[in-house]
Design a protein around this ligand. Structure first.
Ligand code: ADP
Ligand code: MG
Length: 236
């Protein structure tokens, strides 16, 4: 059985989806079997970042009991497998998030890594995402409001029995007002696993639907992601 890691934050927009997409591609480039699961039930956009279109069957259909899991698994860039979320309001209403827990056991048998893109906040769907990962990586920005929200997420994950591995600091600018790595580690009580700089190429790559690690592999953000992928691929 592979590792299942949920990528979560308190605040929205910290970079979870971007990180899951790029880290997944980087792990696949290292020869790992990777499945990316879009567990952001109401705001699914992982497949868009990966440039995947024409997705007839999504996680929503599976959660609604209207499709088989195997029909909702698609091949993305670099051979990464993706279970996309659906976008229609009608499907969102039908999806039963509690079914996710059963599904994740099946999915966990299929890959070395299952990376779960969680919704922000601590609503029911977010808590479900925290529950289905065995390990947690916090994706946060180096500012106090994002960190304190992330701390709540971490504490809840721990209560649910999900092991916090560490935090990714995304959109780092090294301005004086930013919290330092040491300060953040002291607050969150987990190691910082990667620092990803603020990089306009990230947004550009998303707009093109080509993950940054493919579109611009030598950019500082892509390098930070690939270093983290190497670290994860080497940890047993
Ligand atoms: P979340 O999934 O946490 O809501 P996203 O991954 O969708 O966050 O990212 C939110 C926005 O921030 C997107 O427009 C994305 O392109 C942008 N973004 C993410 N990471 C970076 C970065 N390192 N530098 C610049 N923009 C970024
Ligand atoms: Mg997202």
């Amino acid at each position: 059985e592979g590792r299942s890691i949920v990528f979560a934050s308190g605040k929205g927009g910290t970079g979870k989806t971007t990180t899951v997409a790029n880290l997944g591609v980087a792990l696949a480039q290292f020869g790992k079997e990777v499945i990316l699961l879009d567990a952001d039930i109401t705001m699914a956009n992982l497949s868009l970042v990966l440039g995947m279109e024409d997705i007839p069957i999504t996680l929503h259909d599976v959660l609604a009991g209207e499709a088989d899991l195997k029909d909702a698994i698609y091949e993305g860039p670099a051979g990464v497998k993706v279970i996309p979320g659906g976008l229609s309001l009608e499907k969102i209403k039908k999806a039963k998030p509690e079914k996710l827990r059963q599904l994740i056991r099946e999915i966990g048998q299929m890959a070395d890594f299952v990376l779960i893109d969680a919704p922000a906040g601590l609503e029911m769907t977010s808590v479900t995402a925290l529950l289905i990962g065995k390990e947690l990586i916090i994706v946060t920005n180096p500012e106090i409001s994002a960190i304190t929200d992330s701390l709540k997420t971490k504490l809840i994950a721990e209560k649910l029995g999900t092991l916090p591995l560490g935090a990714i600091l995304n959109r780092v600018t090294n301005e004086k007002t930013e919290l330092t790595q040491e300060e953040i580690e002291a607050i969150l009580e987990v190691p910082v696993l990667a620092m990803i700089p603020e990089d306009p190429e990230v947004k550009r790559a998303s707009a093109y639907g080509v993950p940054l690690v493919i579109k611009n592999p030598t950019s500082p953000s892509a390098i930070a992601i690939k270093q983290l992928a190497a670290k994860l691929a080497g940890i047993k």
